[in-house]
Design a protein around this ligand. Structure first.
Ligand code: TMP
Length: 212
């Protein structure tokens, strides 16, 4: 495929969405054609799935149902948006992708990794990130930022289902991400989320520049 898929990953409140924003502004200035998107909720169907996944009222959501909904969101997303953009030769900057399912539903919820990998393969049809930027930081720092942001944006019940999980859950997610980064050093780049926004942005630009 001609384009590049660049994914941003990390625990709650790691600052990845801000970094996606800033990277996109830079790409605009470069005159580069790109698609900015996210999971869950990159498509209209996906936005409906996102509401189910993140609403704190959905306490009854079973872990397997949750996994299948993330896979369903991804299948729609890849077919409707990501693959066509890559075929056009565009860059795709995606706020979370298949690694998030391994970290959250695998390490976090304890679901079987092989099952998740199989579902990821079905959902993506083999589309894989060229580069994954993992912004890492301690769970307590990330969670307090995320909870503050959700309060400010009035998202506490609409989008707070994962923020409401205990610290141990987020610790498992963090460690899961770090293990994946260690296992695939050619694809992952680890960024220190406790650094300033400007510093992280500069590191991201130097990584993206090497693709231009
Ligand atoms: P966001 O807050 O980065 O938009 O992500 C929404 C939530 O969904 C976040 O708590 C992580 C979670 N998530 C999973 O549990 N599995 C997945 O596959 C993805 C993409 C997100």
């Amino acid at each position: 495929m001609k384009g590049k898929l660049i994914t941003f990953e990390g625990i709650e409140g790691c600052g990845k969405t801000t970094q996606v924003d800033r990277a996109c502004r830079w790409l605009e200035r470069q005159g580069r054609s790109f698609l900015r998107t996210r999971e869950p909720g990159g498509t209209e169907i996906g936005r409906q799935i996102r509401r189910i996944l993140l609403d704190t009222k959905n306490q009854a959501l079973d872990a397997m149902t949750e996994l299948l909904l993330y896979a369903a969101d991804r299948a729609q997303h890849v077919r409707e948006l990501i693959r066509p953009a890559l075929l056009r030769g565009d860059w795709v900057l995606c706020d979370r992708f298949a690694d998030a399912t391994l970290a959250y539903q695998g390490d976090g919820r304890g679901l079987d990794r092989e099952t998740i990998a199989t579902l990821n393969g079905m959902a993506t049809g083999g589309v894989q990130p060229d580069l994954t930027l993992l912004i890492d930081l301690p769970v307590e720092v990330g969670l307090s930022r995320a909870i503050r942001r959700n309060h400010q944006e009035g998202l506490t019940t609409a989008e707070g289902r994962f923020e409401a999980e205990e610290t141990a859950f987020h610790d498992r997610v963090r460690r899961g991400y770090l293990r994946m980064a260690e296992a695939e050093p050619e694809r992952f780049r680890l960024l220190d989320g406790t650094r300033s926004l400007d510093e992280i942005h500069r590191q991201i630009l130097s990584l993206l520049s090497s693709y231009l």
